[in-house]
Design a protein around this ligand. Sequence first.
Ligand code: MSP
Length: 581
Amino acid sequence: MLIMLISKIRYIHALGVRCSSSHYVTTPIFYVNAAPHIGHLYSAVIADAHCRYQRLRYPDRNVRLCTGTDEHGTKIQQAAAGHKIPVAQYCDEISARYRDVFKAAGIANDDFIRTTEKRHKEAVAHFWQTLQSRGHIYSAAYSGWYCVSDETFLTDSQLRLDEESGTRFSLESGHPVEWTEETNYMFRLSQFQDDVRHWVKQEARIRPAKFEKILLDTLSEPLPDVSVSRPSNRVHWAIPVPNDDSQTVYVWLDALINYLSSVGYPNEKYLKQWPPAQQVIGKDILKFHGIYWPAFLLAAGLEPPQQLYVHSHWTVDGQKMSKSKHNVVDPVQAAEQYTMEGLRYFLLREGVAHSDGNFSHVKALRILNSELADTLGNLLSRACAKSLNPQQIYPAPHAEESSALLKELDAAKRMQESLLQMAARCEQHYECNHFHLVADTVIATLHATNNFFECAKPWELKAGASAANAPRLETIIAMTMDALRLCGIVLQPMMPQLAGRLLDKLRVPGEQRQWKYLASHVASNSRPLDAQSALLFQRIVEQQDNKPAPEKEKEKTESKRSKAKKQKELKKNKQASSSST
Ligand code: MSP
């Protein structure tokens, strides 16, 4: 009872005063032991789409997105040694690749933090000293199985023994572990079990809810204290423990503190943005963010994050991505085929946070061609076609023609209903990071609009046929463009550049791209369209190399046959012409 009370007081004390206009969002910081792949990009794209929506919907909110790289520890030391490059240079190179990929993918991060930066090292030293002065750190002889790849000690129940080789592996990641005996500093995690459980159980703290259950299961067993340092002679590429050079700070404690260093901790200004409104993480790092992190923060007297948003993983053609399987999807290469906007759309459209998603070329091609090229792109091209729209305008509708169309055509009514519901539905989906449902809703509206366009048959009213048809033709184009304008506004967080080009083409002024403009309907005056091309998304044509082998063989034989046929004909013609001369 007393423990519960102390735990509650500690928790309430840690809440502090939160600045409600601040909305601080983070991605995990990425290990620099390998180049970025689509799984890494996925964490960043979720956080970016979330922030872009926040900026559109709540323009007064101070939204801040931080990402960066995690550069210390044995794993990085070994990777640099493997490449025979000095470790600092190795970190610079891989960190720059993350920065470049995120830039190319339109990730609008306000900060990119590296754990090798001075500002971060200072924050770690201050945080350590705070934990120490509050009595949460002690020194002890420690032994256990350490997994370098996961950068963590594992208990027996987290291991699998391979009887043949006698090697133990991490059950979760499948990587080998090594027996380690050393003197370490330990953090009194066991004392924060009730505080952490209380934090986890708060409404919408961990999303999707499935991951809350996983954390509560872990928390139903007593938590062991955790080692928070390693001897410097073993892990030298790390931040030294303040006042004890023989030890370096455990990489996960170091890494988690990046979220604080980015907002200026320990300078008090960090309080303006603390705590994070949402921290996006992959399911593999749930324990570190859902147990260690709130415990470290509560121990330091700081408020833990408002929400952890946990996503599942991408497999490739049903297999886990790994270097050894040669199936790692490089976002830069993928973007050459799908475009970066297409790749963003595919990840957000096809990924669902609670279950693993499968990245398949066939699926990507099908979705991008049918949704971005045929449904969205084609509609814009048709509405902007010179044959229907010779003046190249976004016309104003004629009120009596709109009413007539809505009365006469079921398709017009269905489009209108779909448009009326779209904003509220998409808002609800964006609030929960359900990007796939946003895409579903927008695509359904675009299908309804394509259907309206088809049923209204604007080509039968083409200018020139009869001047009396002009008001109806303009109204059909105006209603179609208005639907496109609204879909463009909604799609901005998912595909900022492509949606931007759509809104540019329709000459929608910058300030009218905010979420609140979804409530306003057609423009009252005609306006000229932008001169840029109306081609939004080029249909992707299957490349030769991606075709299945039997298909390629068939084509080869066919082309050989037709070559032989042509040569035969050529010979015949030559003979014929020589005999005629
Ligand atoms: N450095 C740690 C995080 C420290 S945060 C204080 C780390 N880095 S990581 O580079 O291995 O992973 C970064 C993110 O990428 C994690 O959210 C992880 O879940 C995500 N992904 C790595 N592989 C993935 C897939 N195959 N699919 C989706 N996301 C995946 O962990």
